[in-house]
Design a protein around this ligand. Sequence first.
Ligand code: NAD
Length: 247
Amino acid sequence: MKRALAEAAAKLRDAEKVIVLSGAGASVESGIPDFRSAGGLWARFPPEEYATIEGFRADPRKVWNLWRELGAMMEDVRPNPGHLALADLERQGRLEAVITQNIDNLHQEAGNAKVIEYHGNARRLQCLQCHARRPLVIAEIQDSVPECQCGAVMKPDVVLFGENIPRHALFESEILAHACDAIIIVGTSAQVFPAAGIPYTAKENGAYVIECNLEATDFTRTITDAYLEGPAGTTLPELAAALANAG
Ligand code: NAD
């Protein structure tokens, strides 16, 4: 691990364009469970039932039970040291962009200015009928489902299973993956495509691949150059400190 950390820091020092791909694991230490955590949330609200566009269209009131709980949870959480380390790297001019699969707004809250919301943002609402968007106000979802000015029920502005990735996010991520010299993958299981394709594209185009996770993934077994095992709230600050020492 020490060798991987030193090598990763040296590569980051020499890289011109560094990007991050983050997933649910990046926010676990902030208190938002990932799909695997034994937090109970995903056992009570199975994603295949509560996180699909078909499920939402069929019964928005039922599906809002999950989003009401997630919305309240996201209102209370704060960025953890992993998020803050990435914001510092951007401030120092060492990080080009964060592509996140997360919908919790924590990279933005930590201070990263360039965040590509690959799966949307649960702090906003979107109307499926007239496509209007507006910020989520927690009070309005406490006892009811939010409605648009046009009268339709609004959904969280997130990409549900069965929906397309926003075109600008796909396009920008593709360009970044082709152009970067290094990619830091944080807390993603490598299972959800097309997001999971981004590191493979980066690698094919010559990027150095750093991965922070609690356990090995398909990336680790195929393309990862430096595997930093452990909670991202520890490994990312360690990586940032090693980079600062590398000059
Ligand atoms: P996932 O739940 O499939 O996998 C999470 C990964 O993070 C696992 O590999 C796990 O080992 C790792 N992990 C857990 N805790 C960690 C920690 N402290 N430090 C480092 N790694 C850690 O998540 P995914 O790959 O992102 O795919 C799930 C989909 O659901 C994505 O679209 C995701 O954004 C969405 N989701 C989002 C949130 C959120 O916004 N916070 C939460 C749950 C799910």
